[in-house]
Design a protein. Structure first.
Length: 193
């Protein structure tokens, strides 16, 4: 059973995400704001409803004659090797860089949870990798993975101190119940049942 535009609109609308319907093809146009910027992307329904693609619009550009194109392509290749659903493409004709995620529907259907996970995964990875790709295009040096909530990440410097402490505690492996009554071993067990 192929996916219909009506079903796709209902699934995406229930997430909830606001979208516009492309009048020229079976596509929904969406916008998102993340830690690193604002993005536009499409959810395309192709091949008579058997194929679904998330795809960015105006994500990045690095023309073939750009001095940092080799390092940029190296970063895109590394991301494509490591990431599962999201891939990054580069068009040598004009230098366009896109992020995309594909799903074959074929003889099945998408559940509400699936489309929600796909949308959240696409938007978060697209946003988190934007700064790394941008820095590589600008400088020719890969800054490596950026921890979005680390001190140098886009969401790290602005976090309230209490939230920063919780994130640091989780990363260090020290559990905390939040009541301030932790024992030396990190538990709240006081020996009484």
């Amino acid at each position: 059973m192929a996916l219909t535009m009506e079903r796709l609109k209902n699934l995406v609308g229930a997430i909830p995400l606001r979208f516009f319907i492309d009048p020229d093809r079976d596509a929904l146009m969406l916008g998102a704001t993340g830690l690193n910027g604002r993005y536009q992307f499409l959810i395309l329904l192709e091949l008579d409803g058997e194929f679904l693609q998330f795809r960015t619009i105006g994500y990045h550009s690095c023309p073939l004659d750009h001095p940092n194109v080799d390092e940029t392509l190296r970063v895109l290749g590394e991301l494509n090797y490591r990431l599962r659903f999201i891939k990054f493409g580069w068009d040598p004709a004009d230098g366009e860089i896109v992020a995309y995620g594909d799903a074959w529907i074929s003889d099945g259907d998408l559940a509400q949870g699936q489309i929600g996970r796909m949308a959240k995964s696409f938007m978060s990875i697209m946003d988190l990798q934007y700064a790394r790709i941008d820095a590589t295009i600008q400088t020719g040096e890969d800054p490596g993975e950026v921890d979005p909530f680390g001190p140098d990440g886009p969401g790290g410097a602005d976090l309230p101190p209490d939230l920063r402490a919780v994130i640091d505690r989780i990363r260090s492996g020290r559990p905390d119940s939040g009541d301030g009554d932790d024992d030396e071993d990190g538990s709240d067990f006081d020996g009484k049942l």
